[in-house]
Write a protein that binds this ligand. Structure first.
Ligand SMILES: Nc1ncnc2c1ncn2[C@@H]1O[C@H](COP(=O)(O)OP(=O)(O)OP(=O)(O)O)[C@@H](O)[C@H]1O
Ligand SMILES: [Mg+2]
Length: 347
């Protein structure tokens, strides 16, 4: 097992860095007497590449270095993540009474059997889940595995920027940590990024259902680009600065939002057919796309559910020098990462 994918040492101040496909976000949190204090919260938007490829190693490394410098932090260890798409998660049932090394050996066998890469090419971690009362003779183990190459690439990126990785987390779990209270009833979390939108059904600290699709911010930018004959960069700026012709809202934005709402509706349908006795209580919108005009209202109307925009710092204190960004929902992942390194974040 590789250092870094394991649980981090818990500390009093933690840096979380979210490397998205359109932006890198840095967040520093400190533990204070009655909660957490936000010490720094910064974004650098990555250049929009017409190729659709993510920025290269060198560009990312410079971006991280600039963000760390601008934040003024003295920390040099970070919590980071690997994308959900590069992670496989499985619940494994084993007989009771196994030692830790026997459980670990069983996990290696599971990886050989169920994952596309051998145990040697995989980094994994596991936790014991609460017992299933109907099956007292078995233990349930949550196995999370990621391709070694992905982990090495992250380690290489951060070490090139002069930083160490405290631990790597799975994006879905970090979002959950930032936005859900323990024992919260069933919630749908929709994180609209640039290259992908992830949809999860969560209950307390358990993820019941998860799906990812490509209808996200970049797809809207491409539609603006082709509708108005702009470059990708111009389309992106026009979208975020709300500086597009008058027909943008009815002709481009509204059809896009309707497609997005359809995706959320069919996701809910899929979930409810797999869990027929469940009831969804509310929906949280996170990611940069949470700022899309009119989306909360359209979702509320269509799904008949209360919809809120994620505010991961709602219960936190702020350092005096802090300027709170307007797009707090886009910091949900960075916040969940920093919380993972805290000594009482729970999970
Ligand atoms: N005010 C705004 N209105 C509409 N879209 C916006 C606004 N602000 C940001 N966005 C969009 O949000 C997206 C970026 O969100 P986010 O930072 O969560 O993505 P990311 O983490 O870089 O991407 P991914 O998670 O897919 O790798 C971009 O597509 C951007 O255009
Ligand atoms: Mg993202």
């Amino acid at each position: 097992m590789i250092e870094g994918f394991r649980s981090p040492e818990k500390t009093k101040s933690v840096l979380g860095i979210d490397i998205g496909s359109s932006a890198v976000r840095l967040l520093e949190l400190s533990k204070v007497a009655d909660g957490y204090r936000l010490e720094a919260c910064l974004t650098e938007i990555l250049p929009v590449l017409d190729t659709g490829r993510p920025p290269d190693h060198e560009a990312l490394c410079q971006t991280i270095t600039r963000l760390v410098r601008s934040s003024g932090t003295s920390l040099r260890s970070v919590m980071a993540s690997v994308p959900d798409s590069s992670v496989k998660i499985k619940v494994v049932e084993l007989p009771t009474g196994l030692s830790e090394s026997e459980i670990e050996a069983c996990m290696e066998v599971e990886i050989e059997r169920n994952f596309p890469y051998s145990a040697d090419e995989t980094v994994f971690d596991y936790v014991l889940l609460p017992n299933n009362e109907q099956q007292p003779s078995a233990i349930r183990v949550l196995l999370v595995a990621c391709r070694l190459q992905e982990v090495r690439a992250r380690q290489h990126l951060f070490s090139s920027a002069g930083l160490d990785i405290l631990a790597l987390d799975v994006e879905g779990y970090a979002l959950q940590r930032a936005l859900l209270k323990a024992h919260e009833p069933v919630v749908v979390l929709v994180n609209i990024g640039s290259s992908s939108t992830t949809l999860s059904v969560l209950i307390g600290d358990c993820m019941l259902f998860h799906k990812e699709h490509a209808l996200a911010g970049r797809a809207l930018t491409e539609q603006i680009q082709s509708y108005y004959g702009l470059s990708l960069q111009e389309a992106e700026l026009g979208k975020c600065r709300k500086n597009l012709p008058n027909d943008y809202s009815p002709s481009v934005l509204r059809p896009f939002l309707e497609l997005l709402v359809d995706q959320v509706r069919s996701f809910r349908q899929l979930f409810l057919s797999a869990h027929p006795f469940s009831e969804i209580n509310r929906l949280i919108l996170a990611g940069g796309g949470a700022a899309l005009d009119g989306l909360p209202h359209l979702l509320e109307e269509s799904l008949e559910l209360p919809v809120s925009i994620a505010h991961p710092f709602a219960d936190m204190q702020y350092a005096e020098s802090m300027k709170i960004p307007s797009d707090v929902a886009a910091f949900s992942l960075a916040c969940g990462l920093a919380l993972r390194g805290m000594d009482d974040s729970g999970h």
